[in-house]
Design a protein around this ligand. Structure first.
Ligand SMILES: C[S@@+](CC[C@H](N)C(=O)[O-])C[C@H]1O[C@@H](n2cnc3c(N)ncnc32)[C@H](O)[C@@H]1O
Length: 301
């Protein structure tokens, strides 16, 4: 799907041109293309901004600030696309404060995005923000007429991170590499930790994955789980929340009894080793009792 630009390679990443002519980057060690097919801005907009109803939720929040966790900052496409959408909302967000915490174990993709701002397009004009995150590791303060936004880069291994007292998130952009190459970021234990850290704060987690095993993992960790926006590459993605009312399309009991029951890849990852397995009986029983399905089950004859 993508064409390689050998002359533009540097370090661990290389530029690629996607089918529509949009530029993105590929990690050379695991071969993964960031936001494949539709490209960085289109995917970030569909999955995290529109899919998470970000602007509407920031506008609606009375208690301030609205906290976003950007898990897998990478080349900052999700973060920058979200910031641009919030800034573009203008007066609708008057008086709102947003805190954006971007987590990544590496700063290399961010550095690559800074170096290739022109070719990638989306970082163009925002180089000073990326320089500040890279050089000073100091928060970037972005003030618009209506909105104030503070952007913090936390360089850490998120999978091993002990709770550090970051403010509980209202939105999580969950964008590690795929479970096959980055399994430590998709374990049941990590999902349980995320669920615990959001507590009672109403939160929407958006991710590109539509894997049955990933959805089952979120459910077993205590989330409600729904179908997320299409991206052009995939007809659906995934939204998880601690509040059922925040899901536009919750997965239903039919999905449980057909897809989960029969999938060869429905067991959650219980350790950081990727495997595809059908769901076990104990997990399936737990899912049937999950409040997302339980009330429907009760109403059945
Ligand atoms: C697909 S890229 C993210 C793309 C990014 N969201 C963007 O908009 O450009 C996945 C990112 O997850 C990061 N990552 C993978 N495992 C991680 C871990 N254990 N802790 C923190 N970051 C991790 C990688 O370093 C990589 O930058």
């Amino acid at each position: 799907m993508s064409e390689r630009h050998a002359d533009e390679e540097a370090g661990g990443f290389e530029l690629v041109t996607l089918a529509g002519g949009v530029r993105s980057l590929r990690a050379r060690d695991n071969g993964q293309v960031f936001h494949p097919v539709v490209g960085p801005v289109a995917e970030a907009t569909a999955v995290h901004v529109a899919g998470g109803q970000l602007v509407e939720r920031v506008a609606a929040l009375r208690a301030q600030p609205f906290v976003i966790w950007d898990v897998g900052l990478g080349a900052a496409a999700n973060a920058l696309t979200a910031i641009e959408a919030l800034l573009a909302a203008g007066g609708r967000l008057r008086g709102r404060r947003v805190e954006l915490f971007s987590f990544d174990r590496s700063c290399e993709p961010l550095r690559f995005a800074r170096q290739h701002a022109e070719e990638l397009g989306y970082p163009r004009g925002r180089e000073a923000w990326l320089d500040a995150l890279l050089a000073a590791r100091a928060p970037v303060e972005i003030g618009a007429d209506a909105l104030t936004l503070r952007w913090v880069f936390v360089q850490t291994n998120f999978a091993a991170m002990a709770p550090r007292g970051w403010p509980a998130p209202h939105a999580i952009f969950f964008d590690p590499y795929s479970p096959a190459v980055n399994p430590e970021m998709w374990t049941l234990a990590l999902f349980e930790r995320l669920r615990g850290e959001m507590g009672e704060t109403p939160c929407v987690l958006t991710t590109y994955s539509r894997s049955t095993a990933v959805r089952v993992g979120f459910l077993l960790a205590g989330f409600f789980v729904g179908i997320g926006a299409a991206t052009g590459e995939k007809e659906e993605t995934t939204v998880a929340s601690n509040e059922r009312a925040l899901l536009a399309q919750p997965l239903d009991r039919r999905w449980l009894e057909t897809t989960v029951r029969h999938s060869t890849n429905a067991a959650p990852l219980r350790n950081a080793v990727f495997s595809r397995r059908p769901i076990g009986d104990a997990d399936f029983t737990r899912l049937r009792r999950h409040p997302q399905f339980y009330s429907e089950a009760n109403s059945s004859p």
